[in-house]
Design a protein around this ligand. Structure first.
Ligand code: MG
Length: 392
């Protein structure tokens, strides 16, 4: 029985190499290898141009040099990749707090409870993620969408680079059956060889294989693989509770230079965070703001509340305090980016206790959902709708 989940798998295309090209536009189009030439050095990431020659991650760089002599070898700059990874994950945090990061550039997102905020269509979420990641970082992500992790990951893999693929329930067998068994997640080289010995080369052949024969050859993994071959996977997106957060941020075309402008945007962002908190039935205790001074100096400030809350009003009160303090302490305050976030969530119980205080916000959410985002906004925003572009 497949549960009614909505899962997105996001994987940045040749991430480290793409960051190097972003920072060194003159390298665009060249076979590029991130990893220095040396006897003990391996390829961290190869650009697609280098992959065409057979260069792969984890290959010794000297081997890469042999098969692609004209490749450019550049050192790994982990701090820079981390910086951009944080921006990518910030986009995830605007869609859902249910994020399982697999590496700096890859994650599963459980967007089941976010669907309503995006018109009920997982593809709207996929498009939002791709577009926002590109707008904010200049980097390309591949996005796979499906009702479980196995299929979502497969969807991004099958469609990359610049991938965008939604595998619907009714398409599962048509998509999976022709694939080599080795494409199934967790079927490693040894398992693949075992299956080949049984004459099983495709996922379809695995799906129809006689279970007893399969068990004799492959032991107790057999049943698990056959489930995968049918496209079944009920693993949950494994969010690290300590890292869970809900946020919204926006980059400005023209830097904000007055506190009044900044406060107005803060309200807009706070509304979005509040709405997402309530959609996910989360109440947080720590409010944070993110501020970026041009060109790339990022500050964060946070404040803990006495009680966890999902109320936009309470969230905004704390965020305003933080923003005013930062503004007053900064010698030449100027904002290229502003973000608001909530974290440190209370366990999901005792909703009744909060129902009364949240009812006004819930009503606003319903109105916004029915009549379009921004139908109901707090007064102060309306005065400041010009002069900046919003990411979301
Ligand atoms: Mg990647």
């Amino acid at each position: 029985m497949s549960s009614a989940r909505a899962i997105v798998h996001v994987d940045m295309d040749a991430f480290y190499a793409a960051v190097e090209v972003l920072d060194h536009p003159q390298w665009r189009g060249l076979p590029l290898v991130v990893g220095e030439l040396g006897p003990r050095s391996v390829v961290s990431t190869a650009s697609y141009e280098a992959r065409r020659y057979g260069v792969r991650s984890a290959m010794p760089t000297l081997t890469a040099k042999k098969i692609c002599p004209q490749a450019l070898f550049v050192p790994v700059r982990m701090n820079r990749y981390r910086e951009l990874s944080a921006d990518v994950f910030a986009v995830f945090g605007e869609v859902t707090p249910e994020i399982e990061g697999l590496s700096l550039d890859e994650a599963f997102l459980d967007v089941t409870r976010s669907l309503r905020l995006f018109g009920g269509d997982i593809e709207n979420i996929g498009r939002f993620l791709k577009q926002e990641i590109f707008n904010r970082t200049g980097l390309v992500a591949s996005v796979g969408m499906a009702h479980n992790k196995l299929l979502a990951k497969l969807a991004s893999e099958l469609s990359k680079p610049d991938g965008f693929l939604h595998i619907r329930s009714e398409q599962v067998h048509a998509m999976l059956d022709p694939l080599p068994v080795g494409r199934l997640w967790t079927v490693g080289k040894v398992a693949e060889a075992n299956l080949h010995r049984l004459g099983i080369r495709t996922v379809g052949e695995l799906r129809f294989a006689e279970p007893r024969r399969l068990r004799q050859a492959c032991g107790n993994q057999a049943e698990h693989w056959q489930r995968l071959a049918r496209g079944l996977d009920d693993r949950a997106v494994d969010t690290d509770a300590a890292e869970k957060s809900v946020s919204a941020e926006t980059t400005f075309v023209t830097d904000l230079v007055t506190l009044e402008q900044a406060l107005a945007w803060l309200v807009r962002l706070g509304e979005r965070v509040g709405e997402r908190l309530r959609a996910h039935e989360l109440r947080g205790r720590t409010v944070s703001i993110k501020l970026r001074k041009p060109p790339f100096e990022t500050h964060t400030r946070q404040l803990s509340l006495p009680q966890p809350t999902d109320s936009t009003t309470e969230l905004l009160e704390a965020a305003r305090t933080l923003l005013k303090r930062w503004w007053a302490a900064e010698p030449a305050p100027r904002l290229r980016l502003l973000g608001v976030g909530m974290s440190q969530f209370a366990p999901e119980v005792q909703t009744g206790l909060f129902a009364a205080t949240a009812s006004q916000d819930k009503l606003a959410d319903q109105i916004n959902r029915r009549f379009g985002q921004g139908s109901l906004v707090r007064g102060v925003v309306l005065k400041s709708r010009c002069g900046a572009s919003e990411d979301g």
